[in-house]
Design a protein around this ligand. Structure first.
Ligand SMILES: C[S@@+](CC[C@H](N)C(=O)[O-])C[C@H]1O[C@@H](n2cnc3c(N)ncnc32)[C@H](O)[C@@H]1O
Length: 200
């Protein structure tokens, strides 16, 4: 059994906020201000877990959301909580396994604690997959961990400004990179980014 499956089986889901992230509203409004058409399009939530942000994004103007998680138990829980909501679909599977119909199928990606659940080559592969999911002009919108108390030990793995710039280089444009300490910081997290990157 993999690490994520174990965490879910043992209910070690300490990242779960039991509701939308406090900065999701600002993140969404910022996408809306920059790219109104994108904001009201189809969103993907990779590594959605219980997907507490999904209903909020739909209420705010997103037209449809697909939540994905590697672990069937996570998807069962998301389904139990929010499966009744129209235009919200969940499926389990590895985010890096895209079907051909999913290439370029999404206007926007909402990432919270997924980019920062990965490091090294896994992070690079994840960003590559996100690029493939998005339409040209689509947006990767993330609440990523800017600094953690124990940067060498993860997950979560922090992501520095330099790393953001390296990951989202050619083919992307960074539109927002604001460090905040008023989000969901806690025992492990010192600060978070409001990160918006546009696929060119
Ligand atoms: C730190 S949790 C964040 C969950 C959720 N975004 C939240 O904010 O509550 C990371 C999630 O990503 C999922 N995950 C890890 N690797 C994945 C992959 N390759 N494909 C899809 N989901 C993955 C894990 O099962 C876990 O639920």
């Amino acid at each position: 059994m993999g690490m994520w499956h174990e965490r879910w089986a043992e209910q070690k889901t300490g990242w779960d906020l039991n509701g939308p992230h406090p900065l999701t509203k600002i993140l969404f409004e910022r996408v809306q201000a920059l790219h109104p058409q994108v904001a009201k399009g189809r969103w993907l939530i990779p590594g959605c877990g219980r997907a507490h942000d999904a209903p909020f994004l739909l209420e705010s103007g997103a037209s449809a959301i697909d939540g994905r998680d590697l672990v069937p138990l996570a998807i069962e829980e998301a389904q139990r909580l929010y499966g009744h909501i129209q235009n919200l679909k969940f499926r389990y599977g590895d985010i890096n396994d895209l079907s051909s119909s999913e290439v370029g199928a999404f206007d926007a990606i909402f990432d919270r604690a997924m980019l920062c659940a990965l490091d090294g080559e896994n992070r690079v592969n994840y960003v590559r997959s996100c690029e493939r999911y998005l339409k040209p002009g689509g947006v990767f919108a993330s609440l990523a961990f800017a600094s953690t108390f124990e940067p060498e030990i993860g997950p979560p793995f922090q992501i520095t400004k330099l790393q953001v710039e390296g990951l989202f280089g050619k083919g992307w444009q960074i539109e927002s990179l604001e460090e905040r300490r008023d989000g969901a910081c806690g025992q492990k997290i010192l600060s978070e980014w409001i990160l918006i990157v546009r696929k060119l």
